[in-house]
Design a protein around this ligand. Structure first.
Ligand SMILES: [Zn+2]
Ligand SMILES: [Zn+2]
Ligand SMILES: [Zn+2]
Ligand SMILES: [Zn+2]
Ligand SMILES: [Zn+2]
Length: 340
């Protein structure tokens, strides 16, 4: 009885006009009612749709799978654009010969594309030919650089060897420079110490301090020898470098400046030696002093014949000190003189 009552579809408010016997309602809702709400068949799509709209939605659903026209793989519509630009079989047109092929073969094609503009193999040596890859072999046959390629390659290798050599020499020079500054520091320290010594020695000799003075001299002598050895080693290194670097003017100039500094150091050493001698109690006459000193100096400039003898820059303090403290007369040949 109740089942035969006419009743409306529960989706009436959404628009279903159904009105029928209550016993048929379940079948209507399950199978016929177009206003039943369903979720989209595509899992990624979260939309809820009336049954009547579903076929239309499925055609346009953003989450539906579509076929890539190049590789025929099924991809989601939303990522199709991204896939297309990376699709392994995407067709690419060669911009030189305008033929088309899949992306994976394009790189290989570019290497041999006959229309690709290329330069001559010898362009790095000066051939200015430019043309299609197709014509390159013909050009090589007539290229005037081709017969010389053996020479050019030799020249190139030589150039590379020289660059490496250059690099090595630069490192050497840096090492030498640091040695030089080390020596400069030692000279400065020594000269400071020496000036203390000469000041106090004046007092000492007044009060009969002779023995301590001479032991201090021996100390200076051993220091001197040490420094001298170091400078001589340095100058040997420099001469070696000089022989290697005749082909490289710029490098040679740098060496020159290092030598100049060494020369300056030598001059300072000399000055220090002179001053030490000047501090000794004089036994000689005042006669030949200057000439002896000069000969000692000139005979001693063994370090570099290429060094310009006037080096005003490197020893400004020694000349000024010479002015304020004139050299004392030097005794007759001392054993020290021969070592110089
Ligand atoms: Zn209905
Ligand atoms: Zn959908
Ligand atoms: Zn594809
Ligand atoms: Zn091509
Ligand atoms: Zn050429």
């Amino acid at each position: 009885m109740v089942n035969e009552l006419l009743t409306y579809c529960p989706n009436k408010n959404d628009g279903c006009p159904y009105k029928g016997q209550r016993q048929l309602l379940i079948t209507h809702i399950k199978e016929e009612c177009l206003f039943t709400k369903l979720s989209c068949y595509n899992e990624e799509c979260k939309e809820i749709i009336f049954k009547k709209d579903l076929p239309k939605h499925m055609e346009n659903c953003k989450a539906r799978m579509v076929k890539c026209e190049n590789c025929e793989a099924k991809v989601q519509l939303s990522i199709l654009e991204g896939h297309k630009s990376n699709c392994p079989v995407k067709n690419i047109e060669c911009s030189f010969c305008h033929t088309t092929r899949i992306q994976s073969e394009h790189t290989l094609h570019l290497e041999e594309c006959p229309e690709k503009p290329v330069t001559c193999h010898h362009a790095e040596f000066g051939c200015s030919w430019e043309g299609r890859q197709l014509d390159l072999l013909d050009h090589i046959d007539s290229c005037s650089y081709e017969p010389l390629k053996g020479f050019f390659n030799m020249y190139k290798q030589r150039n590379e060897a020289l660059e490496q050599e250059n690099q090595r020499l630069k490192t050497n020079i840096q090492e030498l420079n640091s040695t030089v500054s080390l020596l400069e520091n030692q000279v400065t320290a020594m000269s400071n110490w020496l000036s203390n010594f000469t000041d106090s020695k004046g007092i000492l000799s007044n009060s009969e301090g002779q023995p301590s003075g001479s032991s201090a001299h021996e100390l200076i002598l051993s220091d001197d020898d040490h420094m001298k050895n170091e400078i001589e080693n340095l100058s040997f290194n420099l001469m070696d470098l000089d022989a290697i670097m005749t082909e490289n003017m710029r490098m040679q100039e740098e060496i020159q400046s290092v030598k100049n500094i060494c020369y300056g150091l030598r001059m300072q050493m000399h000055y220090l030696l002179m001053e030490r001698r000047g501090g000794e109690p004089s036994v000689g006459t005042a006669g030949p002093t200057n000439s002896v000193v000069r000969t000692g100096l000139n005979g001693h400039i063994g370090i570099g014949r290429t060094v310009p003898p006037n080096n005003s820059k490197s020893s400004p303090d020694s000349s000024s000190e010479l002015n304020t403290r004139p050299l004392r007369p030097l005794g007759p040949e001392s054993p020290r003189q021969e070592k110089l």
